[in-house]
Design a protein around this ligand. Structure first.
Ligand code: CA
Length: 222
């Protein structure tokens, strides 16, 4: 099982990350400031660190510097509200493996987490690369979708939505669950965007694929 250390001081983001990562089979631990992050990264065995740059005590840059200075080989994904390019370049040169800007969608972060862990454990390669349900298949590496032998063009958001449905096959997913998983935590709960996208998927992948459960949400037919 992959263990992820979350170094983040905003409770709302911590809760959002822990919930999502645990639901996807990861073990999580939280460091609320920079000193704690360094100590935990050194003392315990983690596979990956999600590192907020704006941490109290010792900021994310210093944490990064210290960990890399000690030759710590943990995969590190930086999380930050700052989205200018100079920060991005500095972060990657300072030894981070990847970079996610707030606000972010959970599935976007999850994709990067999986990618980093996959790189790290490449020889094992246990992670499924192709997800399937009925005659629909998704290649998680190339982001290609198929219905039977026919390739189908999906937008990034559509792809993530199908992936989410397949990972929860047979379960009824509420609009709120789909919004938070696919569109992130900064969404408007009154939005009808889920219904719109389910409509797109029915057109592209087949009208019967996704069932409407009146009053609850949607379910992928298996
Ligand atoms: Ca912060």
């Amino acid at each position: 099982m992959n263990r992820i250390l979350i170094a983040e001081d905003e409770p709302r983001i911590v809760a959002f990350l822990e919930k999502g990562l645990r639901a996807n089979g990861f073990t999580t631990a939280v460091a609320k400031d920079g000193h704690e992050a360094v100590a935990m990264a050194n003392s315990s065995k983690f596979d990956l660190l999600i590192l907020d740059l704006g941490l109290p005590g010792q900021d994310g840059w210093l944490v990064l510097e210290e960990l890399r200075g000690r030759g710590e080989h943990l995969s590190i994904i930086i999380l930050t509200a700052r989205d200018d390019l100079s920060d991005k370049v500095a972060g990657l040169e300072g030894g981070a493996d990847d970079y996610v800007t707030k606000p972010f969608r959970f599935e976007e972060l999850l994709a990067r987490v999986r990618l980093r862990l996959r790189d790290r454990h490449l020889p094992k390669g246990k992670e499924e690369m192709v997800l399937k349900t009925g005659n629909v298949a998704l290649d998680l590496r190339t982001h290609q979708a198929w219905v039977g032998d026919r390739p189908v063009e999906l937008s990034a958001r559509e792809f993530i939505l199908v992936e989410t449905f397949i990972r929860h096959s047979g379960q009824v997913m509420s609009r709120e669950q789909l919004l938070s998983r696919v569109w992130g935590y900064d969404y408007d709960p009154g939005s009808n965007i889920v219904d719109v996208y389910v409509g797109y998927l029915r057109k592209k992948l087949g009208a019967c694929l996704i069932e409407t459960i009146r009053g609850f949400g949607y379910r992928l037919r298996t």
